[in-house]
Design a protein around this ligand. Structure first.
Ligand code: ZN
Length: 140
């Protein structure tokens, strides 16, 4: 049996059965995996490190933003360098697009902090921020 538009989240098989139970539950006829489209399990995000719930991803992104601010504090200001460092640390959990978004948010927060304190760094960083944005618009 095949149900339109449904495939197994574990093995990708389209041979899916509906299990009779209180909530709508699907069962994969190939690997035996069962799941319900209405449960929080649906909120799992596929990452290189495995399936992670989206709330975890949000926490990781917040953590990554703080990491970016830390790097900027240390004096790493080049957009490519920051991307490389964040990629290295969070690449297993975040897509390249999420990494870029995280960096842009981190740089923006940092810029707010230094706006009136360090004019030279502010203008240098603004230029780098524009580069990061450009990468993001390219679909990075
Ligand atoms: Zn399966």
């Amino acid at each position: 049996m095949s149900i339109q538009g449904i495939s197994c989240p574990r093995c990708g098989s389209r041979r899916i059965a509906i299990v009779v139970s209180e909530t709508l539950t699907f069962k994969c006829l190939d690997c035996g995996y069962t799941w319900s489209p209405n449960l929080p399990a649906q909120g799992l995000v596929h990452t290189k490190a495995g399936d992670v719930h989206w709330t975890e991803i949000k926490k990781i992104m917040e953590d990554a933003i703080n990491y970016v601010i830390g790097l900027l504090n240390e004096g790493v200001v080049n957009c490519d360098d920051v991307i490389g460092r964040v990629q290295e640390k969070y690449g297993n959990y975040l897509s390249s697009r999420e990494i870029l978004r995280t960096i842009i948010n981190g740089v923006k927060r940092y810029l707010e902090e230094i706006r009136y304190k360090d004019v030279n760094k502010y203008s240098a960083l603004s230029t780098e921020l524009a580069k990061c944005r450009e990468l993001m618009n390219k679909g990075g």
